[in-house]
Ligand binder design. Structure first.
Ligand code: NAD
Length: 474
């Protein structure tokens, strides 16, 4: 390992990584697996300390939630990277069209060089180490800028990474929006951003100045459509779980529910019962995450107050009773019926335990409602009527879909994960993640028997005859 001082200024750190990436373009399997192994060991050895740091950042965020939603997902992804790497790294043979025979074509898979990763606070380990692991597996150097809103977690990540990696291999950069902005202006070979749509636009603009390709994993309003054929009780617990995991601070949480008109009271009963089953109390319940900051809590309260002031029916569905909590930011889950269309609640990503419920009369009305809005990151459908499900899936475009559950498509490593339109571009997980950080270089190996010279000038009757023949083939 090259000995580089661990706390270089941002540009010097980038230069060191860039230099190292150009000095070693071919990155063998053993080195990639060694880097993945070091990251895995770091996570396994310090899992408890990392979960504690996340808990300290949120005020309340159970270590079990971090274990499942951050660490388990990370380990699953890394295990697959480790296992599949030899296969994914191999060049791909490609069939050669008749008119180029007997040349041969293949695709060589190479590291891009230096990858920048900017992460959010909501799943501060999965959404930072996850893309970093895929980038390392693809043979890249990585600079990671985690969120300033999880300072304990980000600081611990920086320390642990510094202990396990040389700075020109993998580094964590700490700082707020000013550092993040400077970070996004570096001429990375790829910049991977997870965060809000607003900041995503700024990141895309900064990267464009360097022609740096980006992946934008953004947010948005993910609809949850309940079909008339749905068992409401079975659906309600899955919707409540998807909505209230991390107190709604999940990019793919169902943002609002579209429900057949007339089922509002039944849904309210089913959802209230589901909440009580998952969280018998809210305040003081260590399983129920706090809203990350006072600012975020105040925003959510303002959304609810505006909805109530403008005639919506806000129902607090928290079970009665509470215990003294570590923070006042554990926010009760609510349902919001009849929200007016102009409300902030209906135009901004909610990112909290507030669930608007909107009735629809026909499936086409629900489809139209979704399609008049920016394309969502996720879409959920509940029911047994397969034709209705296929109609909804065929007539809407979203980043991903889970049918008859919420969130779960994110956990399937064989499915690419990402957004579309305002919910982002580019995807990762599994081979999609490996390819995101890989240059797929096409290589054509010409044969001495090539017929290419038949197409060379001067263009005469021979050229016309050959083109005529080719036209008949195609
Ligand atoms: P955010 O956009 O506020 O911040 C994300 C990161 O961007 C932070 O590290 C921050 O320091 C950095 N940043 C801030 N200003 C910047 C700038 N001008 N230039 C470059 N970087 C800058 O997002 P957040 O509040 O941390 O996360 C919540 C959002 O992220 C929600 O919208 C959520 O839907 C989305 N999200 C998306 C996914 C996904 O996979 N699609 C996953 C989690 C969260």
């Amino acid at each position: 390992m090259t000995q580089i001082p661990p706390t270089l200024p941002l540009r010097a750190l980038f230069d060191a990584q860039h230099h190292a990436s150009r000095a070693q373009i071919e990155v063998p399997l053993a080195l990639r697996r060694d880097r993945l192994g070091r990251l895995r060991e770091l996570i396994d050895t310090h899992a408890a300390a990392l979960a504690e740091a996340v808990q300290a950042d949120f005020g309340v965020r159970s270590p079990q939630l971090t274990e499942a939603a951050d660490l388990f997902v990370l380990r699953a992804g890394m295990a697959q990277l480790h296992k599949q790497l030899p296969r994914w790294m191999k060049p791909r043979r490609v069939a050669t069209p008749l008119y180029l025979l007997p040349a041969r074509g293949h695709i060589q898979r190479q590291p891009l060089g230096v990858v920048g990763v900017i992460g959010p606070w909501n799943y501060p380990l999965q959404l930072t180490f996850g893309p970093a692991a895929a980038a390392l597996a693809a043979g890249n150097r990585v600079m990671l800028k985690p969120s300033e809103l999880t300072p304990h977690t980000s600081a611990l990540m920086a320390t642990l990474v510094r202990q396990a990696f040389s700075a020109d291999e993998f580094s964590v950069v700490l700082g707020g929006a000013d550092v993040a902005q400077e970070f996004s202006q570096l001429p990375f070979d790829h910049l991977f951003f997870t965060g809000s749509t607003t900041v995503g636009r700024q990141v895309a603009a900064a990267a464009a100045a360097n022609l740096t390709p980006t992946t934008l994993e953004l947010g948005g309003k993910s609809p949850c459509v309940i079909d008339a054929s749905c068992d409401l009780d079975a659906a309600a617990i899955k919707i409540a779980h998807g909505k209230l995991l991390n107190a709604g601070q999940t990019c793919i949480a169902p943002d609002y529910v579209l429900l057949p008109r007339g089922q509002e009271a039944a849904f309210e009963r089913a959802y209230t019962a589901a909440v009580a089953r998952l969280f018998p109390t809210i305040a003081g319940n260590p399983d129920y995450a706090a809203i990350v900051s006072d600012r975020h809590h105040a925003r959510l309260t303002a959304l609810l107050n505006e909805a109530q002031a403008r005639g919506a029916r806000v129902v607090d569905v928290a079970p009665p009773g509470s215990a003294p909590g570590a923070t006042a930011r554990q926010m009760n889950p609510t349902l919001v019926f009849d929200p007016a269309p102009g409300l902030r609640l209906m135009n901004e990503e909610i990112f909290g335990p507030v669930l608007p419920v909107l009735p629809y009369d026909t499936l086409d009305e629900a489809i139209g409602f979704i399609n008049r809005r920016p394309r969502p990151l996720a879409l959920y459908w509940f029911g047994t009527d397969r034709a209705a499900c296929e109609r909804l899936l065929g007539h809407t475009v979203s980043g991903g879909v889970t049918v008859n559950d919420t969130l779960m498509h994110v956990a399937h490593e064989g499915l690419p994960f990402g957004g579309v339109g305002e919910s982002g571009w580019g995807s990762y997980h599994g081979e999609a993640g490996f390819l995101r950080f890989t240059q797929q270089k096409p290589v054509l190996v010409q044969s001495r028997w090539a017929m290419g010279q038949l197409f060379y000038p001067p263009y005469g009757p021979r050229f016309s005859r050959v083109m005529g023949l080719l036209k008949r083939w195609l």
